[in-house]
Each structure stands twice: as C-alpha cells, then as structure tokens.
Design a protein around this ligand. Sequence first.
Ligand SMILES: Nc1nc(=O)c2c([nH]1)NC[C@@H]1CN(c3ccc(C(=O)N[C@@H](CCC(=O)O)C(=O)O)cc3)CN21
Ligand SMILES: CC(C)C(=O)C(=O)O
Ligand SMILES: [Mg+2]
Length: 278
Amino acid sequence: MVEYGGAAKPTPAMTPNRIRARKGGEPIVCLTAYDFPTARRLDPLVDLLLVGDSMANVVYGFDTTHGVTLDMMIAHGGAVARAAAHACVVVDLPFGWYQESREQAMRSAVRVIRETGCAAVKLEGGREMAETIAFLVERGIPVMGHVGLKPQMIRSMGGFRTQGKTPGEAEAVIEDTRAVDAAGAFAIVIEGTVEEVAAEATRVAAAPTIGIGASASCDGQVLVTPDMAGLTVGHVPRFVKRYAELGEALERAAADYAEEVRQRRFPGDGQVVRLAKP
Ligand SMILES: Nc1nc(=O)c2c([nH]1)NC[C@@H]1CN(c3ccc(C(=O)N[C@@H](CCC(=O)O)C(=O)O)cc3)CN21
Ligand SMILES: CC(C)C(=O)C(=O)O
Ligand SMILES: [Mg+2]
C-alpha cells in the first residue's frame, strides 16, 4: 500500500464542515476534475472538486461508469488532491467497491483517504446505503451522498431517466434524501430529478444538496468539467450548459502546429539553440 507522498500540505480552506455550514446560504460551486493541471486551475474558483467516476466516460472512453477501479480512482484522486490548496476534494467510490458490506465500504474509503490525501468520499445510494454511510461517518470518514439518478445502477434501471416524475418516485427520492441525511452525510448530490422534488429534498435535508440536472432549487450545483468546457467526445446530457469550446481551441492549436511542422516553420528562431558565433 502506497501512502500519499510529498511534503506535508496544509488542509485546504474548504473542509467538509465548511461545506455543510453553507446550507441555505451562498450556493456551493462544484466541478469535477481528474488530473493535476486542470485541478490547479479550478481549485481557486470552486468550493469543491469532485473526482467523479464519470472519469470512466470522459477520460477513459467507457460506456458506463463501471469501467473504473478503486486503483484508478486513487491514482487520479491523488493527482487532484496534490493540486488543491483551497477546494474540498471528494473522490467517488466506484461500482463494486462498497455495495457488498459496510466493512468493504470502510476498507475502500480508508484506502482512498490514506493514499490520496482527499477530504471525503462520495457513494451512490438512498435508504439501502444509509447504514453504510453512518458506519463510515461514525468512524471518521466524511461522506457525500448521491441520490435520484444513480449512474452506477444503469443495469437495473435500463438507461438514464429523470427520477421523481410520478408521485411514487418522487416520494422515493425524498425518502432516500432523508435517510442519507439522517445517516450523517455532510452534503448530498441530487441528480436527474424534477424541480419540485429537488426543492422538497433540499427543504427536508439538514445537509446541503448539490444538484446536477436537478434545477436551481438546490444548495449548490455540480457539472462534469469536460461537458461544460466543451471537451466531451460524444453525447452531452441535456442539463449541461457549455461555457467554453476548449475542444475546438485544442483542434485549432493542433492544426496550427501540424501546418508549421509540415512547412518547417516550427521549431523557429525562438525554439532553437545555435552555437555562438566565433
Ligand atoms: N459526460 C458525462 N456527464 C455527466 O454528467 C455524467 C457522465 N458523463 N457520466 C456519469 C454520470 C451519468 N450522467 C448522465 C449521463 C447521461 C444522461 C442522459 O443522457 N440523459 C438524457 C435523458 C434524460 C431523460 O430522458 O430524462 C439527456 O438527454 O439528458 C444523464 C446523466 C451524469 N454523469
Ligand atoms: C456527476 C457527478 C455528481 C458524479 O457523480 C461524477 O462525476 O461521477
Ligand atoms: Mg459519480
């Protein structure tokens, strides 16, 4: 087992307790990050950096989030944690590394915390995960919940569909939120639900809610950074707003470079070392 290396780093300003204290106050700003340079640039701008298992889709090109392992989450979580001086870094526990038992969840969370230096873990689930969340929280692991649309459940849900459109489904999302809140989660991601349900879940939870595809009635928002920055390859969910077209900027840079190499204009005077004239 490898512990996170490097010099002792001060705890970032935004801790799980500070995030929790923002309930009902200034909205919590969260983006995903998976690598060091991106996390360095986002760190001063956001409250929370999430190393999401969406990494499976946007970094590794898998169809579902089931493609990532605990070791992969730890490798990328460490890179993000090393970059963060301000934001609270939260790492997703991936599919298969916590559902079996609360002991399995504890072992996985301890590895993530020790080997990355992050502040907290996130896991998907409602009432069925409440006992696991309480077990971790009571033993010193800050936990973020994730209710509503749960991408790790794709195989049993048969695709991604907005949750809470029927009265029964709405009640299920609210009850899941209550259970995760009572279990001690310091914040709760609410994904893919209708505004009325997000507003009610936010009202009943003592912990702040962080929405994605869940309206502005939450205590904060999260988006997948490559989606909002225009870097995602393939389908981008409907709830995403694009704030930049970094994919197009990267294509232009690569095309300019290719052109200059082919014309022998790169490397130019600025990039070349020559012998001094005698
Ligand atoms: N690139 C990316 N962005 C995400 O937000 C994201 C991931 N990947 N991977 C992990 C989960 C999965 N998420 C997703 C992925 C797809 C849809 C989606 O395609 N939704 C459809 C239909 C929704 C409906 O009919 O209710 C959409 O067009 O938005 C939603 C959430 C959110 N997360
Ligand atoms: C979409 C967010 C909440 C997430 O869980 C992820 O990026 O994996
Ligand atoms: Mg996730």
